[in-house]
Structures are given as C-alpha cells and as structure tokens.
Design a binder for this molecule. Structure first.
Ligand code: AMP
Length: 193
C-alpha cells in the first residue's frame, strides 16, 4: 500500500514543528523531526547525542551518515503507519538521495515537499523569541541563528530544487496566523494525497 510521505520544508523558525503537530493529527501520520531525535539523544547523553551536539551548538549540520542512519532506524521502527511527516530532513542533497533510495526499496516514494516561505528578518525575530523559552542553546545566540540561516541557504535550499525536478516541490506563504497557515497547508496536501 502506498503511504503518504510528506517533507515539511523551510528555514529554521519557519513553523515546521508547529504545523507538523497539527498535520499529524489531521492526516494520522508519524512526525519524524531529526532535530527532536537529536535533542532526545542529547538529553540521554548517548554517544550519538554527544556527537550531534558538537555540530548543533555551532549551527552546523550533523554529518549525513549519522543523520541518515538515525532517520532510517526511526522509520524501520514504525512500519505500521499511514505515512510520515519528515520535519528538518532531508537537509542536503545526499540526504534527499538516501531518502529516495530508502523509500524506493520499500516500494514507497516522497508524496510531496511542502515549503513554508518566510523571509530571513522574520526568522531571526522568531528564533530569538523562541530562544527565550525553548531552552535550545542554538536559539539563544544570534550568531548561531545567522549561521543556521546561512547553512540553510548554502546546503539545504537546493533540496527544494531537487524535488522540483521531480515535480514534487510546493510552496506556501509561511507568515500569518497558525490557523491560516495550517489551512493553506491542508488545502495543498489534500491535493497531493
Ligand atoms: P532543527 O530542530 O530542525 O532546527 O535542527 C536543529 C539542529 O539539529 C540543526 O541546526 C542541525 O545541527 C541538526 N539537524 C537536524 N536535522 C538535521 C539534518 N537533517 N541534517 C543535519 N543536521 C540536522
């Protein structure tokens, strides 16, 4: 049976995590956030967590092989679901290629990539505000925030083009109320599934 495999895409602070929470309820999908998985590992002081933390605290990407291995484990551990919402993954072309290959081996594919469009100034503002309460070291330092935005532009934005070449990339306006953005997302996703 074909599953629904959505990639929720956009720069840090674009609202992926917030929207994913609503989307999983509505579409009964499993939310897989690689950032959350890394933070869980860090919380448990596992070797994987300690390795990831070195990169995350600097606003850099965790190496692909570490990230891809962790993602596959999470999917393999949850086979009996209707599909997945990938949040914060893939963030590089090798990750996108690995995801496609992995899904293909299970006779599955990416249903669509949905990007939340938010400009840089709005993102810095949102992340600094989130940093006041999120307890995330990478949200409380403007230099690290700027680095994450730079990494997004240099390494991650091309993932949109990668799926665009498969006619699978879509974009919606990511500024507005949570409810309005959710409504836009649902309208788009309803057309994909
Ligand atoms: P996020 O919670 O998605 O903002 O991710 C927080 C941090 O975790 C990022 O700045 C990266 O250091 C790391 N991270 C999360 N997902 C990935 C990924 N797919 N590839 C590499 N690093 C990641």
């Amino acid at each position: 049976m074909k599953k629904t495999n959505l990639i929720l895409f956009g720069p840090p602070g674009s609202g992926k995590g917030t929207q994913a929470k609503y989307l999983v309820d509505k579409y009964e999908l499993l939310h897989i956030s690689t950032g959350d998985l890394f933070r869980y590992e860090i919380g448990n002081a596992t070797p994987l967590g300690l390795k990831a933390k070195e990169y995350m605290d600097k606003g850099q990407l965790v190496p692909d092989e570490v990230t891809i291995g962790m993602l596959k484990n999470k999917v393999d551990a949850n086979p009996d679901v209707k599909g997945y919402i990938f949040d914060g993954f893939p963030r590089t072309i090798p990750q996108a290629e690995a995801l496609d290959k992995f899904l293909d081996s299970q006779e599955q594919s990416v249903t669509g990539l949905v990007a939340l469009d938010v400009d840089d100034d709005e993102i810095v503002k949102r992340l600094l505000k989130r940093g006041e309460t999120s307890n995330r070291p990478d949200d409380s330092n403007e230099e690290v925030i700027r680095k994450r935005i730079e990494v997004y532009g240099n390494e991650t934005a091309v993932v949109y083009d990668y799926y665009d070449r498969q006619n699978a990339s879509h974009k919606i306006e990511g500024v507005g109320s949570i409810e309005d953005i959710f409504a836009r997302l649902c309208q788009l996703i309803d057309g994909l599934i």
